[in-house]
Ligand binder design. Structure first.
Ligand code: GDP
Ligand code: MG
Length: 348
């Protein structure tokens, strides 16, 4: 990897979601198609993961592709960017779009997140609505069902977290989702309520139960088509964006309330230094009080964050990593459209 500037990260984040046909053409031109061509009956296409924050979208993505491509955390709204993960089976290739959870926007960053999720719905072959199946259906789910009912693509529903469900309650929970889709009960879905027969798939993103059947059901909805990406690709995300996300994940996991949502990470420099990768990164915060928290007493917090991120990076990139972190105060970056665009949070 060449040394490079943070701008590379930014331009990488601004890539538009490709038109599948266009991607196929481009990649075929690059010789990305296997030597034997595409097997007969092969299907390929795009799947959008939609759901409220914290239902397990990123966990499912990581489970499906078998490696860490999205960061997860117990804190809502961890995923800020759309992320494409690629899952190739002998008979299909699914390009999965992780979206930030849909919720009511509070500030400009929040609005951009919702726009991004809405945008993804219009561009895919199938939508996977993820819900927390360990809870009965609620009005928050109704809000998303209403959003999806006009979408052109077929919708499947994953009832996630079923490892938490007491088998005696499973049927009752399933029924609450069936009723919501049938237009019964009060789920804040405006009249006239549609009758939706979206298939339900109980699963556990965390443990992988039910995910194989889920993949088969999704793959069956895709059009016949060639592989869009090489079979061994797991993500089209630039490596540097993943590095930044792994650092942000550590910030989220190690700090309390007021810091996480104010953090952005910029990778300043990556040097391939023999077997070791050296990474220089800046953590941006909004206030100097947050900078203080991130650095901690005697630099201890920053050290913990750096060590945690380095260990994750060494797993993901399978090799030794040297990581140097800086913290910088950029007042109001979340409210500044130019700054948001620079950091890759686009409104489309
Ligand atoms: P997202 O906001 O929808 O992307 O949700 P995340 O993937 O970040 O997950 C949010 C939290 O739910 C994390 O603490 C996950 O470990 C947890 N989680 C996700 N899937 C499951 C699951 O299948 N079972 C259980 N028990 N927890 C899960
Ligand atoms: Mg997420």
């Amino acid at each position: 990897m060449e040394s490079s500037h943070a701008n590379d990260v930014e331009s990488g984040q601004l890539l538009p979601i490709p038109d599948p046909a266009e991607s196929a053409r481009l990649l075929a031109g690059l010789g990305a198609e296997g030597p034997g061509g595409t097997p007969e009956g092969f299907r390929s296409g795009f799947v959008a993961l939609i759901g409220r924050p914290n239902v397990g979208k990123s966990t499912l993505l990581n489970q499906l592709v078998g490696t860490k491509v999205a960061i997860t955390s117990p804190i809502a709204q961890t995923t800020r960017n759309r992320l494409r993960a690629i899952l190739t089976t002998p008979s299909a290739q699914l390009v999965l779009l992780d979206t930030p959870g849909i919720h009511k926007p509070h500030h400009l960053l929040g609005e951009r997140l919702v726009q991004s999720a809405r945008g993804a719905i219009g561009e895919v072959d199938v939508v996977l609505l993820l819900v927390d199946g360990s809870e009965p259906a609620g009005r928050g789910d109704g809000f998303i069902v209403d959003l999806l009912r006009h979408c052109r693509a077929p919708v499947h529903v994953a009832l996630n977290k079923n490892d938490r469900v007491d088998p005696e309650r499973a049927e009752e929970l399933l029924v609450s989702y069936r009723r919501m889709l049938a237009g019964e009960g009060d789920f804040a879905i405006p009249e006239p309520r549609p009758k939706l027969n979206w298939p339900l798939h109980p699963c556990s993103a965390l443990h992988g139960d039910g995910t194989e059947a889920l993949v088969q059901a999704l793959a069956a909805e895709l059009p016949l088509g060639p592989q869009l990406y090489p079979a061994d690709a797991v993500s089209d995300q630039p490596e540097q964006l993943l590095m930044a996300e792994l650092i942000r994940e550590q910030v989220l996991q190690n700090t309390r309330e007021e810091v996480p949502h104010s953090v952005a990470v910029s990778i300043e420099r990556v040097v391939d230094d023999g077997p070791r990768t050296a990474i220089l990164a800046t953590v941006l915060v909004e206030r100097s009080s947050q900078k203080g928290i991130l650095i901690g007493k005697g630099g201890q917090m920053l050290k913990t964050i750096g060590q945690g991120a380095r260990l994750q990076m060494e797993k993901v990139f399978s090799g030794p990593v040297y990581l140097e972190l800086f913290v910088k105060v950029v007042p109001g970056w979340r409210r500044n459209p130019a700054r948001l665009a620079e950091l890759g949070y686009r409104g489309d």
